[in-house]
Design a protein around this ligand. Structure first.
Ligand SMILES: Nc1ncnc2c1ncn2[C@@H]1O[C@H](COP(=O)(O)OP(=O)(O)OP(=O)(O)O)[C@@H](O)[C@H]1O
Ligand SMILES: O=P(O)(O)OC[C@H]1O[C@H](OP(=O)(O)OP(=O)(O)O)[C@H](O)[C@@H]1O
Length: 202
């Protein structure tokens, strides 16, 4: 039996679709149920941001989560497969017409992705103030909370509609199948078989 943490939210449907294609079974969580047990799997319905936590602690053997979340959490997990869904990038957002001024003594950045932003500036040995937000990031530079933002960009429409321009990209992201290290060694055959079945349908 494999326990797999799946993200609710925007990539939920496409993720389940990958498992359905791989195993020829219909996987649907019943109303309000957080566990779905079928065909030798126990699927857990968790928040995207919580997926690596379940896998890291071994409460789930496997999980599906965006690379952006993995980078942000910095957990020691095995990346098994790029599922080629949930494609987006983590990029700067600047007020239209403005450029990122690397000469400024201190840049203030609002973001949900604190660690990713911090690492970017550490590598450039630049001082930054990072303001952690949980959503509606594009609002922050419009009301003077920050100089710029670091956020997910998929179509770029949210930035555009709020008078922002997409600046430099920090990283590209897509959803990945991840594994707990101990589970991987203890259940290697099961896990590699699952990876293979999913991979042929990508
Ligand atoms: N437009 C987008 N906005 C946000 N994430 C996107 C977008 N497009 C693709 N993604 C990817 O989909 C993943 C899931 O996005 P979702 O919005 O469901 O999660 P979340 O906001 O991180 O979740 P939660 O806060 O509920 O845990 C993201 O981590 C990212 O990798
Ligand atoms: O480039 P786009 O296609 O416009 O997508 C990007 C937007 O989608 C996400 O927000 P989400 O809808 O998750 O809402 P949030 O502000 O609550 O994070 C992300 O934080 C951007 O705001």
């Amino acid at each position: 039996m494999l326990t797999i943490a799946l993200p609710k939210g925007r990539i939920a449907e496409e993720t389940l679709d990958k498992f359905e294609k791989a195993f020829g079974e219909k996987f649907v969580f019943e109303d309000r149920k957080l566990i779905l047990q079928k065909a030798g799997f126990r699927f857990l319905n968790v928040r995207n941001q919580d997926v690596p936590t379940y896998v890291m602690h071994g409460a789930a053997d496997l999980g599906v989560v965006g690379l952006d979340v993995l980078e942000e959490k910095e957990y020691d997990l095995i990346k098994l497969l790029d599922l080629e869904l949930g494609r987006c990038k983590v990029a700067f957002g600047l007020r239209a017409g403005e450029k990122l001024n690397f000469n400024k003594s201190k840049i203030t950045i609002a973001t949900k992705h604190e660690k990713i932003a911090k690492k970017y500036f550490e590598e450039k040995a630049m001082a930054v103030e990072i303001i952690k937000l949980y959503g509606s990031i594009e609002l922050a530079p419009l009301v003077g909370l920050c100089d710029c933002i670091v956020d997910i960009v998929e179509t770029g429409e949210t930035m555009k509609q709020n008078g922002l321009e997409v600046g430099p990209t920090i990283m590209e992201s897509s959803a990945h199948l991840i594994a707990n290290k101990n589970s991987f060694y203890a259940k290697k055959d099961l896990i590699l078989d699952l990876r293979e079945k999913i991979e042929v349908h990508l």
